[in-house]
Design a protein around this ligand. Structure first.
Ligand SMILES: Cc1ncc(COP(=O)(O)O)c(C=O)c1O
Length: 353
């Protein structure tokens, strides 16, 4: 279930955390698995939307979305630039050849572009030393709306114990000093943990979905509400004797006589195969734990202490009862990956309550 009221709540929570900032809602990768169009509609109160690639932006225009849409990876060639210009998309510019594409663009449109600066993540963006020359080229470019926006991305904003974010902030400030144009630095962790990173625009993704970017705090602890509830039901309940192995590879054997509920979900649905025995789940509203290795379509759950569990009982894999951050930690991954990987076999109802 995708709770669109939770998406709206989280947007207002982001606004409260970053007062005075404009919000570019990051809805790439099918809105982190929540549904691109569902999220775009629920987050219509944001000041703009950000996706990674042109195809995602086109899908939004196709359903009539008139929002400002930023392309975080920019365009890949002249055809993409033409499409971006036609639809009013705002590409990030992070490579010299993208500047050259803009210089040779002959269409009637003027594009808003975001100059991406590498302040230390070393993934996308111009090195600080290149910025004056690139900014001058963009300032002289007929196809570019002036002044260009200035952006960088933080590599480790969730780690307040490390010096890297402060270094990135210093590098970005130095690289952009004297340049006009609105600034954008912070992702979710940046806007929560680093007040100095709350520039003209913040770019939250994960927080909008109600999930904490921090290892030591859940979304609920940050005043966020999980938008995705991943649920299924019990299809069988069976007793195993002490010492019997459960599931593939016998990754778990019953330490004593036990009752196991089998739920209809597995890695074929995007539930992580790496979820360790002990990973939390909810069964009919009560806490329980995964045992053995999740298989493609099924998950074994120890319900020994829970009276009356029966086929048809609701099982929550993550959502309001079961914090996804805990599932991710028990699976050796991050919540971002879990929501993104929910499979096409899963259909989410949408709720707006
Ligand atoms: C450039 C950029 N900005 C913002 C975000 C949003 O980050 P988060 O989901 O951590 O808030 C992302 C996501 O990876 C991104 O790539």
């Amino acid at each position: 279930m995708i709770d669109t009221a939770a998406l709206r709540h989280n947007l207002s929570r982001v606004r409260a955390l970053a007062p005075g900032c404009r919000v570019l809602a990051v809805i790439k990768a099918n809105a982190y698995g929540h549904g691109l169009v569902t999220a775009a509609e629920a987050l219509a109160g944001a000041d703009g939307l950000a996706v990674a690639r042109l195809g995602e932006a086109l899908a939004l225009r196709e359903v009539g979305c008139r929002a400002r849409i930023v392309l975080l990876q920019g365009v890949r060639d002249a055809a993409e630039l033409k499409a971006a210009a036609r639809h009013g998309f705002e590409p990030f510019v992070h490579q010299a050849w993208q500047v050259a594409l803009l210089e040779s663009f002959r269409g009637p449109q003027i594009l808003r572009v975001w100059l991406k600066i590498d302040s230390g993540m070393h993934r996308l963006g111009f090195a600080p030393a290149q910025v004056p020359a690139v900014a001058a080229r963009l300032a002289a470019c007929r196809a570019v709306a002036q002044p260009v926006l200035l952006a960088t991305h933080l590599a480790d904003a969730e780690r307040t114990d490390l010096p890297v974010t402060a270094e990135q902030l210093r590098a970005f400030t130095a690289a952009t000093s004297g340049l006009p144009g609105e600034r954008s630095i912070a992702n979710s962790a940046g806007l929560i943990a680093w007040p100095e990173a709350r520039a003209d625009w913040v770019r939250p993704g994960i927080a909008l979905y109600g999930i904490s970017p921090f290892a030591d705090r859940t979304g609920a602890e940050l005043g966020l509400v999980p938008a995705m509830t991943f649920e299924t039901e019990v299809i069988a309940v069976r007793d195993v004797a002490a010492g019997e192995r459960v599931g593939y590879g016998g990754a778990w054997s019953a330490p004593c006589d036990a009752r196991i509920a089998v739920a209809a979900v597995g890695y074929g649905d995007g539930y992580p195969r790496s979820a360790a025995s002990g990973t939390p789940v909810g069964v009919a509203g009560r806490p329980a734990a995964v045992v053995g290795r999740p298989s493609m379509d099924m998950l074994s759950i120890d319900v020994t202490g829970l009276a009356g569990v029966a086929a048809g009982d609701r099982v929550e894999l993550w959502g309001r009862e079961v914090p996804i951050e805990r599932v991710a930690a028990a699976s050796g991954t991050i919540a971002y990956e879990l929501t993104c990987r929910v499979g096409r076999r899963v259909t989410f109802a949408t709720r707006d309550a």
